[in-house]
Design a binder for this molecule. Structure first.
Ligand SMILES: Cc1cc2nc3c(=O)[nH]c(=O)nc-3n(C[C@H](O)[C@H](O)[C@H](O)COP(=O)(O)OP(=O)(O)OC[C@H]3O[C@@H](n4cnc5c(N)ncnc54)[C@H](O)[C@@H]3O)c2cc1C
Length: 406
């Protein structure tokens, strides 16, 4: 009697969007994924994200799209505001959400939750677990895993290790060396999800307060209070981390008096139970794989929030990895090369796009501020607005490429 072939074993580090998508697809193509996650449990909630066509196509094939849903709504609208509280009609997120290639407006947690629900229940997940050492020989990658809850340490052998452990990846440091692959864009972000609308605004209303070098956004949803984002320029990232986030944020929007609206937004951020404060960085590496170890998602390419494609590219990258492993079952180097060859031009273009869209998020200086304001006026001009919309649609077409299509 023939013994059944052993299923190849993969360690997936990180239970974020990229890690869950990868584990699902690896399981689908006959691998045995083991997922380790540093946190003691799966995180929930999160901030505003847009899921573009690239991510939608992969999420559909992974069986997660229906559960991901869509929080856009035709009544959602956003105002341009200033510190004095003056409002003018702003960019309506609903404009982005109609027509071919339109993104879905979501919370990060919507995507993680839906992908997690699609993950086969027999996939092993170890929480409070981090890799501390990774070595490789001709037949396997040997990984030492530390359970931070129990203090136990084990060493196990895997056919493949996937580092999907985010922008400050441990797998990247352990395998690709101490060289810092982070490229700072010179911006900081503070983000949280509000539980009630912004004072004085309707439940589906958002706002954008843009000034040279800094901006605040409240991204509105059809069925949830907005997600609040502070995004500002800095020349000294270390100094931003040297004090509580709210102090850095307040300083960045000074020295002028904030006025009642900005003061309200500061206090909402300060009062939030969960918030995130970080520098904006891209990860740039000459290769995303070394031997039996491959990086994926923010760990490998972090396109940044300004590109709006971190979630989509993480899902697609995970799906495509499984496809290439299935296509080259006995040739791991070839599978990893084919995977990276397909993805790299797409990711490079998205990394570039972050520099253009950053101007829309947060004008760098007075010159960019004036150019941004002129663009906003053009968008609202009858006729020109539609033409501009078409141009934008062209730009968005790249974000709809089904890069993981078989
Ligand atoms: C404000 C903001 C807005 C954004 N907007 C958009 C948008 O509109 N569209 C879009 O597509 N993307 C957007 N993004 C980016 C997107 O959220 C990320 O690119 C995406 O979530 C990254 O997923 P990931 O799985 O690669 O990494 P992460 O989400 O960072 O997940 C990494 C996981 O690994 C775990 N981990 C870390 N270290 C270890 C370790 N040593 N051992 C074990 N586990 C570990 C972490 O706990 C985490 O669970 C936005 C990001 C921000 C901050």
């Amino acid at each position: 009697m023939e013994t059944p072939a052993r299923r190849p074993r993969a360690l997936v580090v990180g239970l974020g969007i990229a890690g869950i998508a990868t584990a699902t697809r690896l399981r689908e193509v006959g691998w045995e994924p083991v997922v380790v996650e540093r946190a003691p449990e799966r995180r929930k909630g999160g901030y505003f994200i847009m899921l573009f066509g690239t991510g939608v196509a992969s999420a559909r094939r992974l069986g997660a799209l229906d559960a991901i849903g869509d929080r856009s709504h035709p009544d959602v609208l956003s105002y341009n505001v200033n510190r004095a509280g003056r409002r003018t009609p702003g960019m309506n997120p609903a404009q982005l959400t109609s027509g071919a290639g339109a993104p879905r407006l979501l919370l990060r947690g919507d995507v993680e939750e839906a992908l997690f629900a699609a993950l086969p229940s027999d996939v092993e997940i170890r929480y409070s677990t981090v890799p501390t050492r990774i070595t490789q020989d001709a037949t396997a990658a040997e990984v030492t895993l530390h359970d931070t809850a129990s203090g136990a340490t084990v060493t196990e052998r895997f056919d493949l290790v996937v580092g999907a452990d985010g922008m400050r990846s441990t797998v990247r440091r352990l395998v690709f060396g101490p060289e810092d692959h982070l490229h700072a864009l010179g911006y900081m972000v503070g983000v949280t999800l509000l539980d009630e609308p912004v004072e004085g605004f309707g439940p589906r209303e958002g706002l954008i307060l843009a000034e040279p070098g800094r901006s605040v956004w409240a991204f509105p949803f059809g069925n949830h209070a907005p997600s609040l984002l502070f995004s500002y320029r800095t020349n000294d990232i270390d100094a931003e981390f040297s004090r509580p986030p709210i102090e850095s944020i307040r300083a960045a929007y000074g020295p002028q008096a904030p006025g009642p609206l900005l003061e309200h937004l500061f206090s909402r951020f300060e009062a939030a139970e969960v918030s995130q404060f970080d520098s904006v960085n891209q990860v740039r590496m000459p290769s995303w794989h070394r031997g039996r170890v491959v990086l994926l998602g923010d760990a490998a390419w972090c396109v940044t929030l300004y590109a709006g494609m971190g979630a989509s590219s993480g899902i697609a990258g995970g799906e495509l990895l499984g496809t290439m492993l299935e296509r080259h079952p006995d040739d791991l180097p070839r599978a990893l090369r084919a995977w990276e060859d397909r993805l790299r031009p797409f990711i490079s273009a998205e990394q570039e796009s972050a520099f253009t869209t950053r101007r829309l998020f947060t004008p760098h200086d007075r010159k960019e501020y004036i150019a941004r304001a002129a663009m906003m006026r053009l968008m609202r001009t009858p006729g020109l607005g539609a033409a501009f919309g078409k141009l934008q649609t062209k730009d968005m077409a790249h974000k709809a490429i089904d890069i993981a299509a078989a």
